[in-house]
Design a protein around this ligand. Structure first.
Ligand code: TMP
Length: 253
C-alpha cells in the first residue's frame, strides 16, 4: 500500500492524510527537542508512550464532554484525529510556579499559585513563541473575544480533569500547554483541544518526592526521559506491569 501523503511535519509528530475527508493520522516520533530545538535527541520509545498517554487523556476529556480532535488510536505510534484549523497560540495553564513564570517574575519554583493562571504564547518558532496578551490576540485577529472566553474555559476544564487524574496516581500537575483548533459544521464553528497532551507538554511532579516525570528531565539533564514517561504510563495503567523495554511491541495494543 502506498504511504499516505504527509501533510505536516513538526518537531515531535507528523501528520498524514486520513482515510476520510476531515481526518488526519497523527504519528508520534521519538525525537525530543527543547529550547526551540537548540537541544535535540532521539529517545527510543517516547513516541509510543506519548501516543498512549495522549490517547488516555484525550479519551478521558471526550468522555466528560470536553471536545478534542481525538478519534481513536490506530497502532503503536499513530492515532486518527479530526482535522482542525489550529489557532496559532500555545495555551498554558499553571497551578504551581515553574519554568518561564519563575524566571520572568522571580517566583521560586514550587510556589503554589493563588489560582490557576492561563497564559497565551504566539506560536512562532522564529520568534521563540513569545508571551502575548488578549490585546495582541484580538488586535491581530488570531482569535476574537468569544474565542478567548471559550479558550480560557476549555483550558480550565482540561486543568481540572488533568489535575484530578494525576492526583489519583500521586502526581502533581504543575502546569501544561495545550493547542486549540477550530472545527466547522456548516457555518457553526466550535473549538476543540488538539495536538497532544503528554509529559512533553506538562510538568508532572511526584507528590511525595518531588521527582520530575516530564520533559524537564530532558531539558535539564536529570536522567532517563523514557523511564520517567514509563512511570507515568505505568501509574495510569496504560502499560502492562511486566512491560519489556520500551519501543518493543509489548505494549497492549
Ligand atoms: P514554560 O514554563 O517553559 O513556559 O512552560 C510551560 C508549560 O508548557 C510546561 O508544561 C511545558 C509546556 N511547553 C510546551 O509544551 N512547549 C513549549 O514549547 C514550551 C516552551 C513549554
Amino acid at each position: 500500500m502506498a504511504r499516505r501523503k504527509k501533510v505536516y511535519e513538526g518537531k515531535a509528530k507528523i501528520l498524514y492524510e486520513g482515510p476520510e475527508p476531515g481526518t488526519l493520522v497523527q504519528y508520534f516520533k521519538d525525537d525530543a527537542t527543547a529550547f526551540n530545538a537548540e537541544k535535540k535527541d532521539v529517545i527510543e520509545g517516547k513516541g509510543v508512550l506519548n501516543n498512549r498517554l495522549s490517547e488516555y487523556f484525550m479519551n478521558g476529556l471526550n468522555n466528560i464532554g470536553v471536545p478534542t480532535h481525538f478519534i481513536k488510536r490506530i497502532n503503536m505510534r499513530e492515532q486518527l484525529i479530526r482535522a482542525v484549523e489550529i489557532i496559532p497560540l500555545e495555551v498554558v495553564v499553571r497551578n504551581v510556579a515553574a519554568g518561564s513564570i519563575s524566571k520572568r517574575l522571580g517566583i521560586e519554583e514550587g510556589t503554589p499559585l493563588p489560582r490557576p493562571i492561563v497564559e497565551f504564547y504566539y506560536k512562532d518558532d522564529a520568534l521563540g513563541d513569545p508571551l502575548v496578551t488578549e490585546e495582541h490576540i484580538i488586535a491581530f485577529g488570531w482569535a476574537n473575544q468569544q474565542d478567548m472566553d471559550d479558550m480560557v474555559a476549555l483550558a480550565l476544564r482540561v486543568n481540572d480533569f488533568m489535575s484530578g487524574v494525576m492526583m489519583g496516581v500521586g502526581i502533581k500537575l504543575v502546569d501544561f500547554k495545550i493547542e486549540i483548533g477550530r472545527i466547522w459544521d456548516g457555518d457553526f464553528m466550535r473549538l476543540v483541544v488538539a495536538d497532544e497532551i503528554s509529559p512533553d507538554s506538562c510538568r508532572l511532579w511526584d507528590m511525595e518526592t518531588g521527582q520530575k516525570l516530564d520533559k524537564d528531565v530532558f531539558r535539564r539533564d536529570l536522567g532517563n526521559l523514557a523511564d520517567a514517561y514509563t512511570e507515568v504510563a505505568r501509574r495510569l495503567g496504560v502499560l502492562p506491569t511486566n512491560s519489556a523495554p520500551l519501543g518493543k511491541p509489548t505494549l497492549i495494543n
